[in-house]
Design a protein around this ligand. Structure first.
Ligand code: IPM
Ligand code: MN
Length: 369
């Protein structure tokens, strides 16, 4: 299988974690005889420094010519004083728009091996397995008008959705729920916002095409609470852009670290894959970054852009094996005792690689028998 992957490593810990993720993809290619190519391109603060733009045209071209785009992280405090459209984050929003993916899938799973990492009690997080489907191209992030008038001290952003924008992302949520536990929780603020009333009415209409999937509606404020109280009650959670941004970070508490969460954005010309965590400039270059979010993101590349489900699941299994063997990056070492070994970013990558190779060797020798 041939796969062209654009690598947009970006800022802070982005390059470190992306390196480990591409290492795992290379291993999969080698073990399975696949032809994966990796083309680096600039985005974010590093792109501003080198080209003056957070998203150079060359990066858009390389991305659009690829089968998948794997992104590390963007964000650099150096540019904190700039207006939002000139900051590194603008590069991320622009690449999302250029690729056109509107459904951002963010799984949030309570791994048993990490149950002591969550501040929530293990009996609360037990069996939690949530898939957020976050609308990624609409809402306050992109609505016009938007401005900040420094003279009048007034600023405005616009939350806007059209029915087709809601229909297409809702369909993704229902399709995915149909393959899981068959429940969609749609999040809105329909007691206050007209946009949310349109959202709720539209999702309710779409649900009629999926009679085997149960739909429930939750207001975003009470959803924030339920998510921490009974996370196992949720299967697929469908949200607009900003609510999904907030709730998916909150849901990282269930897993135990933001560093564990992967994401995939589908529905556009080329799928975009990025760990949920940011550029974490405070730990960049220290070997403390957790590469597992990026490595699990690599698994999503194989699942959603290459149809290599077995290989994707093998990566996920390898990550679990390494955690179960007691290896932890610094973010996961909190509250742990001497039963755990704290490892660096690159060591963690190597451990997953080893575990993956062994699993595949075992499978091949089983086939040989
Ligand atoms: C995320 C990030 C981005 C977002 C930022 C960096 C623009 O927080 O991917 O969740 O808000 O979408
Ligand atoms: Mn976010």
């Amino acid at each position: 299988m041939k796969l062209k992957i654009a690598i947009l490593a970006g800022d802070g810990i982005g390059p470190e974690v992306t390196n480990e993720a591409t290492g795992i993809l290379r291993a999969v290619a080698e073990l399975g005889g696949h032809d994966f190519t990796f083309t680096p391109a600039l985005i974010g603060g590093i792109a501003i420094t080198e080209t003056g733009s957070p998203l150079p045209q060359a990066t858009i071209d390389i991305s659009l010519e690829s089968d998948a785009v794997l992104l590390g992280a963007v964000g650099d405090n150096k540019f904190a004083a700039l207006s939002p459209d000139k900051r590194p984050e603008a590069g991320l929003l622009q690449i999302r728009q250029a690729l056109g993916g509107f459904a951002n899938l963010r799984p949030s799973i309570a791994y048993e091996a990490l149950s002591s990492n969550s501040p929530l009690r293990p009996e609360v997080t037990k069996d939690a397995d949530i898939l957020f489907v976050r609308e990624l191209l609409g809402g306050l992030y992109f609505g016009a008008p938007r401005w900040w008038d420094r003279d009048s001290n007034e600023a405005i952003n616009t939350m806007r959705y059209t029915k087709p924008e809601i229909v297409r992302v809702a369909r993704v949520a229902f399709e995915l729920a149909g393959k899981r536990r068959k429940k969609v929780t749609s999040v809105d603020k329909a007691n206050v916002l007209e946009v949310s009333q349109l959202w709720r009415a539209t999702v309710t209409e779409v649900a009629k095409d999926y009679p085997d999937v149960t739909l429930e509606h939750q207001l975003v404020d009470s959803m924030a609470m339920h998510l921490m109280n009974i996370p196992r009650n949720f299967d697929v959670v469908l949200t607009e852009n900003l609510f999904g941004d907030i709730l998916s970070d909150e849901a990282a508490v269930i897993t135990g670290s933001l560093g564990m969460l992967p994401s995939a954005t589908i529905g556009g010309a080329v799928n975009l894959y990025e760990p949920v965590h940011g550029s974490a400039p405070d730990i960049a270059g220290t070997g403390k970054a957790n590469p597992l979010g990026a490595i699990l993101t690599a698994a999503m590349v194989l699942r959603h852009s290459a149809n290599l489900e077995v290989e994707a699941a093998a990566i996920e299994r390898a990550v679990l094996d390494v955690l179960e063997a007691g290896h932890r990056t610094a973010d996961l070492a909190r509250g742990t005792d001497s039963a755990y070994t704290v490892v660096s970013t690159t060591q963690m990558g190597k451990l997953v690689h080893q575990s993956l190779t062994q699993a595949i060797d075992r499978r091949q020798s089983m086939h040989a028998v």
